[in-house]
Design a protein around this ligand. Structure first.
Ligand SMILES: [Zn+2]
Length: 386
């Protein structure tokens, strides 16, 4: 066994790997796996389909149920086009802050979790501690469900999960869920003077977008449920942020591509919204094909985040409140992997160092005071589990 590293030294290593979601995270995973092995801990990988990325999970303490999972993602958003004062892949300390891509979102927490696991193994625990480090969080949380399944098949089931997204170490017990589609409509080209003989992919897409507008108006007019009222806006929203298609003003468009996203309040299921949308698409497809059998609508689901529903007497919330002394109720508007853990039957809460306002920015930073608060939290957690 080699000497353990400090959380800060681990952070330096993690940030040095440019684990942008579109690229591999394997060099980081190799390093973490090697470091944990040097501390006597065997980690396990969960590979993606083409083995270009892996999630990593590990366990310390007795092989019994009822443990605590510390969950983080290893991927970060790109730095393309951003003006950075210092190298984004080197942790640079200035003005009481640690600058670097991912310091806030969320390699700061990852470093603390890895540090805590090594300490847990060294000190010995009464109640187990596990870590789960995922990939592809920033592009739709698609890496979490298989990682959670792999973790649960390898080790006794944990009681609760703490998802360390930046919350300034506040206990966040609710967030909206989400789902997203890439939509590709295939029309049929004719001269626009012969409009009824063709299918304009753009004009058909407009019907689906108008359906979304109508749902927004309907949702806004409905009275908000108690849990929905915690959010701003207090209802589910549907949004199209990108669209392209067509080749000329006088040709019915052969293609139109756009994206549709759903931000779903707890108490409603993203799956229900997806079904409603897909039914709408199926009806539109039939109408388009009645004009031209070649016409079609192709859907690709590209993100899927269940809402985090505030739990009545949740175990995760009780533990974090005990450790942080934070007794206020907080919800956030961003999605996290907490919804996936909760959907897998694990009490879940978001609590991590840093402010979400710094995430994804040029000159992303984590305040040193926040990192220290995170470390103090881990110390208390270790004492609680010992
Ligand atoms: Zn994040």
């Amino acid at each position: 066994m080699t000497n353990p590293l400090s959380a800060r030294q681990i952070l330096d290593q993690l940030v040095s790997f440019p684990t942008v979601s579109r690229d591999t995270n394997l060099p980081l995973v190799d390093w973490v796996e090697g470091y944990l092995a040097s501390q006597g801990i065997t980690a396990h990988r969960h590979w993606n389909e083409d083995r270009t990325k892996a999630g990593l999970f590990a366990h310390a303490g007795p092989l019994v149920p009822g443990g605590v999972i510390l969950s983080g993602h290893t991927d970060v958003v790109p730095v393309d086009g951003q003006a950075w004062t210092s190298d984004p892949w080197v942790v640079t300390e200035r003005d009481g802050r640690l600058y670097g891509r991912g310091t806030c979102d969320m390699k700061g927490f990852d470093a603390l979790a890895i540090w805590a696991l090594a300490e847990a193994h060294r000190r010995g625990l009464r109640r187990p501690l596990q870590i789960a480090l995922s990939y592809d969080e920033e592009i739709g949380c698609m890496g979490a469900p298989p990682l959670i399944a792999a973790l649960q098949s390898e080790y006794p089931k944990a009681a609760l999960a703490i998802i360390g997204e930046p919350s300034r170490m506040k206990a966040v017990n609710g967030h909206k869920g989400g789902a997203g589609y890439r939509v590709h409509l295939r029309g049929f080209e004719v001269h626009s003077s012969l409009l009824p003989q063709g299918v304009s992919a753009i004009m058909e897409a407009a019907r689906l977008i108008m359906w979304a507008n109508d749902r927004n108006a309907e949702n806004a007019a409905k009275p908000a449920s108690a849990v929905a009222a915690l959010f701003d806006p207090p209802f589910t929203t549907l949004h199209t942020g990108m669209i392209s298609g067509g080749t000329a003003h006088n040709i019915t468009a052969a293609d139109c591509r756009y994206v549709m996203e759903f931000r779903v309040v707890p108490g409603e299921a993203p799956e229900d919204w997806c079904q409603a949308f897909e039914a709408e698409v199926a009806a539109l497809r039939s109408a388009m094909q009645a004009v031209r059998p070649e016409a079609d609508v192709v859907l690709e689901r590209f993100f899927d985040v269940p809402p985090l529903v505030p739990e009545a007497d949740g175990e995760a919330e009780a533990l974090v409140r005990r450790l942080t002394g934070d007794n206020a109720t907080h919800v956030v508007s961003y999605g996290t992997e907490a919804g996936h853990f909760q959907a897998a039957g694990i009490s879940s809460l978001v609590c991590g160092p840093g402010d979400i306002a710094q995430a994804h920015q040029a000159d992303e930073y984590l305040e040193i005071a926040e990192f220290q608060a995170g470390q103090a939290f881990m110390e208390k957690l270790l004492a609680d589990l010992a």
